[in-house]
Design a protein around this ligand. Structure first.
Ligand SMILES: [Zn+2]
Length: 213
């Protein structure tokens, strides 16, 4: 179904994981690798506000490697706040920042007549499996983010739960356009059309796949 998630889980099952398992002080701080530094530089070029976080192995296939705490994102005309976001792998954060501006903010202005001021999420890092499977979720490596709602400059709140099926034609179109633009940038995008577990958010996951439901 989602082989990328399994691959990501396998990549971090290194000896370092078992070494740190079960200890509270399991943080492993390393100098960012060259590709990590490059990603941080790219994220910086989007004019996002973020703080790089130390690498951490939590054991059991869960880790935060090359993650950042993303606080806001540059839109076309203003900074967009991002709510309820935990550690996010830099490549996801970078793709998210571009999608927020060019996919979501512009779609809001074009379709709803008002730009975005805030994107609400249901988080990013969570040490857990894909629901109903024995495979680690991309959330277990901070490689996915769940987006639940968009707040417009005019105060309107468009949520996946309330407006995907029951919004006005424009609101419904907006949510579908932002999902489609996410599908062009992320490897895996899951929304309400995929299953009941995604009725209230869009799951955006980095990767080379093209799984869009
Ligand atoms: Zn998710």
């Amino acid at each position: 179904m989602l082989p990328l998630m399994a691959m990501l889980g396998a990549c971090i099952d290194s000896p370092q994981v078992s070494k740190s398992r079960g200890t509270k002080q399991s943080a492993t701080v390393i100098t960012p690798r060259p590709e990590a530094r490059q990603c941080l530089a790219q994220l910086g070029q989007t004019n996002a506000s973020f703080t790089p976080l130390p690498d951490q192995y939590f054991g059991g296939g869960c880790s935060n490697l090359n993650t950042v705490k993303l606080s806001d994102i540059r839109g076309d005309y203003n900074q967009l706040a991002v709510a309820n976001l935990g550690p996010l792998a830099c490549p996801v954060a970078s793709t998210f920042a571009q999608w927020a501006r060019f996919g979501a903010d512009r779609a809001a202005r074009q379709i709803l007549g008002s730009g975005l001021v805030r994107i609400e999420t249901m988080g990013s890092y969570a040490c857990r499996n894909v629901a109903g499977t024995g495979r680690r979720s991309a959330h277990a490596t901070a490689n996915a983010v769940d987006v639940s709602a968009f707040i417009l400059e005019n105060g309107q709140r468009i949520s996946v739960l309330e407006h995907w099926n029951n919004g006005s034609p424009a609101e419904r179109q907006f949510l579908r356009v932002v999902q489609d633009s996410a599908c062009k940038r992320f490897g895996t995008v899951l929304g309400p059309n995929y299953n009941q577990a995604h009725r209230d958010h869009l799951h955006l996951e980095i990767g080379n796949g093209a799984f869009c439901r």
